[in-house]
Design a protein around this ligand. Structure first.
Ligand SMILES: C[S@@+](CC[C@H](N)C(=O)[O-])C[C@H]1O[C@@H](n2cnc3c(N)ncnc32)[C@H](O)[C@@H]1O
Length: 404
């Protein structure tokens, strides 16, 4: 049966709105422009409670993603209808197969038993990058093959990258909501190492947001930085640069929006937090690693209340080590709160895949004087209980809002 372009749009609009015949998928294939995008798959997704349509475009065996709201999606669909010979619309209960020749659209409609899977909480949705969909930096870093299939032995890394992107997605949403950023974002990854996560951030900002961006990765190791810059060149990554240097000395940028410190060992996390404050960071994401400081300093004061009240914890090395590392991160979280950040401490990746990690996330917030007084008091008691003077305290004391 012949059908007009506006009737096709009507089918799509009603499936976007319908509760009984929900939109599941739309596929554009067999492009008129052979050398260009070969296929585009549209699916509903929900990000931070906003209902969006994800456009997944395939070009030269690579996938590019764009998430648009409903009205922008309809504008784009209208343009795309002119460019593809085959259009497949799948809704709950109906499949519409549309073929276009140069003069008209021909529709075949059949019933189906498809149902829309949960778009906001299921694992498939939460995976911003998907197994089976080629992404250039993941191919280059040998996490997936050319066909997009993730290598079995790299699945943990793949999961971790996805989890990291989820945190970024949520944090950027918060920064926008609070008007802390508008259409541009400046990011630094301190201790970027091989930069899987820095490249992931670049991919995300470039392909999954409308933000303009600048990203710097910094690391002590020259060979690592050279390799990252080579990859950057090969993948033609714009606005991404890797610099060799020590976090403590970094002075290339001011007023940074997001600072990352991922798996920086021991006190390197503290230096990154200090530098982030110096750079007036709007958001800080830190995944600490090898937190040795408290484990060394707590046992030095055997007269402290810690040994008075919690002596059994100090008797076995492994317990002391685990306890001290949590105590260090609790101190970091509290310090950031005192510096005027809303802080959340969350699990970074689950136990099944890599050893448990935590992420400390701080986003600038208004904190009342009353709250600051309370936080400061808690901090003083905490330090006295353990009998310690943490390195971080010395570094960032000047940023405690209560002392302003
Ligand atoms: C365990 S790696 C983590 C790499 C990457 N962030 C990740 O999560 O995959 C820690 C990196 O931090 C770097 N690093 C440690 N202290 C640093 C400092 N003070 N300044 C710059 N880089 C530092 C190391 O050279 C190393 O590459």
């Amino acid at each position: 049966m012949k059908i007009t372009k506006s009737q096709i749009i009507d089918i799509i609009i009603s499936s976007f709105r319908s509760n009984s015949e929900k939109f599941i998928k739309l596929v554009f294939s067999d492009s008129y422009a052979k050398a260009d995008i070969s296929k585009i798959i549209l699916k509903p997704i929900s990000i931070k409670s906003e209902e969006l349509i994800q456009f997944e475009s395939f070009k030269d065996n690579k996938a590019y993603h764009e998430n648009l709201n409903i009205s922008k999606s309809l504008e784009k669909i209208e343009d795309l209808l002119d460019n593809f010979k085959q259009i497949l619309i799948i809704t709950e209960g109906k499949t519409y197969q549309i073929l276009q020749n140069k003069t008209f659209f021909n529709l075949k409609q059949i019933n189906n038993n498809e149902t829309l899977k949960e778009t906001s909480h299921n694992k498939e949705k939460n995976y911003i990058l998907r197994d089976g969909v080629p992404v250039d930096f993941l191919i280059h870093l040998k996490i997936m093959g050319e066909n997009g299939k993730v290598y079995k032995e790299k699945y943990d890394k793949f999961k971790q990258i996805n989890k990291y992107l989820e945190f970024i997605d949520i944090t950027i949403g918060e920064l926008k909501e609070k008007n802390l950023i508008s259409d541009f974002i400046k990011c630094i990854d301190f201790g970027c190492g091989k930069s899987y996560l820095t490249f992931a951030l670049h991919h995300y900002l470039k392909n999954l947001t409308n933000l303009k961006y600048q990203i710097i990765g910094l690391d002590l190791k020259k060979d690592v930085i050279d390799t990252c810059n080579e990859i950057c060149k090969e993948l033609q990554c714009q606005n991404l640069e890797f610099i060799q240097g020590d976090i403590k000395d970094f002075d290339k940028l001011q007023n940074v929006d997001m600072v990352f410190s991922l798996h920086a060992c021991d006190n390197a996390t503290d230096y990154a937090i200090h530098k982030a404050l110096e750079l007036n960071a709007k958001a800080i994401l830190a995944v600490p690693c090898c937190q040795h400081e408290f484990n060394h300093t707590i046992p030095k004061n055997k007269d402290s209340d810690f040994f008075n009240y919690l002596a059994p914890l100090g008797k076995d090395g492994i317990l002391m080590e685990k306890f001290a590392s949590l105590a260090t991160d609790a101190f970091r979280a509290q310090s950031l709160r005192l510096c005027g950040y809303k802080v959340q401490v969350m699990e970074f990746i689950d136990m099944e895949h890599t050893p448990k990690n935590i992420i400390i996330k701080g986003v600038k917030a208004k904190i009342s004087r009353e709250q600051l007084v309370k936080l400061y008091g808690e901090m003083a008691v905490y330090k006295e209980f353990f009998g310690i003077e943490p390195v971080l305290d010395g570094l960032i004391r000047g940023y405690y809002r209560i002392l302003e």
